[in-house]
Design a protein around this ligand. Sequence first.
Ligand SMILES: [Zn+2]
Length: 265
Amino acid sequence: MKKKPRLGGGCKLCNQPTEKFSKSHIQPHWLVRDRAPTGDFYVISSDDPFKRQQRTGIYDFFLCPTCEDNSSQYDDYAASFFRSADQWKVEMPHGFTFRVVLSYDYRRLKLFMMNVLFRSAATTQAFFEAVKLEPTNFDKLREMVRSEQPGDIDDFAVIINMRTKFAGLERVGEAPKRFTDEDGNSWYRFDLNEFPCDIKTNCAPSNHSKELILKPTPPLLIYEGPIALERMERLRKTAIDRVEREQAQCVIDPKFAKVGTPQLD
Ligand SMILES: [Zn+2]
């Protein structure tokens, strides 16, 4: 897994020559820590040829220290965002479970996601080899990440999904997978622990799951899935009041309660 630091050449993000490359995690180290908090070995993927066991996640040496240090604010924000998931509102219209996030920092969350896409596309690590952007899209992404511009909703659009907390999969992470939406745009699904995140690879308009796309103003809707039986049982017992469910009906339009897992290519 270890890879020798590259000698010579410039930083992949700012293009400036650098004498020293930083150790850059492609997906942040906190993802691995959250997944394997006891420090047990973490299996990055169950699929050959990517079967790996390591403690820190996959990293590369391709950014200068300035670019690497600067991106840590986005990693830190994303860690606090995802770790506060227990506080997100749960809404259950039409037999589906959604989370409603009423407050978030669009700029930092979006730039975290764009950093993940950029690093996955820029690294030569085999685990991320499926992630390929057209050169014009890659250049656009690099420039936006470098200048810390999160863009608008269609620019490298992001959809955050949620799945029921690991059930026997605590040690398994999956390589990014590509899918194509109904408008012909390519997306990648990144396995960020219990939050599979979809990131579009261009700035073109898209009608794909529009209501779920991360946008500058709250609320953010996160699709979790059909209502789990144990949750229904818990709801009955704790008698979540009718008013909250009625509010949910107002927030979530029935037409996209049908959203599901996209077909991965
Ligand atoms: Zn740099």
